[in-house]
Design a protein around this ligand. Structure first.
Ligand code: ZN
Ligand code: ZN
Length: 140
């Protein structure tokens, strides 16, 4: 019987390796977006270059997306099942909580199309909102 996490990788045309399965597991267990340093730390003594390469493969294959939340570190979160390497823009809003400093995907909140003047050509749009996340808002 196949391992469900192996199936997740195979579905994205990623060859399962021990490290890839470990990184996937960490991402699945943490709903908030994780930086390279977070993943490294959660894995114990993982080699940074290997973790970096794994996250790059996942990003290239449409399994995770990168988020620049203004914290200085790029973060990674699992994509919606429909992402592919070609169509790989998770055009949803991200939310950075100023209290717990976690970044969450808001997959149900789409980034609006913003009309640009003149000959500007947009390649990518990201929208990060900041404030208190659900958990912190309830606690305050
Ligand atoms: Zn919070
Ligand atoms: Zn996201």
């Amino acid at each position: 019987m196949a391992h469900p996490q192996e199936d997740t990788l195979i579905a994205k045309q990623i060859t399962p390796t021990a490290m890839r399965l470990l990184v996937l597991d960490v991402l699945q267990q943490h709903p908030a977006a994780l930086s390279l340093a977070d993943v490294e730390q959660l894995l114990g003594h993982a080699d940074r270059i290997t973790v970096h390469r794994t996250l790059k493969t996942f990003t290239d294959k449409g399994l995770v997306h990168r988020i620049e939340d203004g914290s200085g570190a790029v973060k990674f979160a699992l994509c919606e099942p429909g992402c592919t390497p070609e169509q790989h823009q998770d055009l949803h809003v991200h939310f950075f909580c100023t209290r717990c400093r976690e970044t969450s995907c808001l997959p149900t909140v789409a980034v609006p199309t913003i009309p640009l003047p003149g000959a500007f050509q947009v390649q990518e749009t990201s929208l990060v909102m900041k404030g208190l996340c659900e958990r912190c808002a309830v606690a305050s």
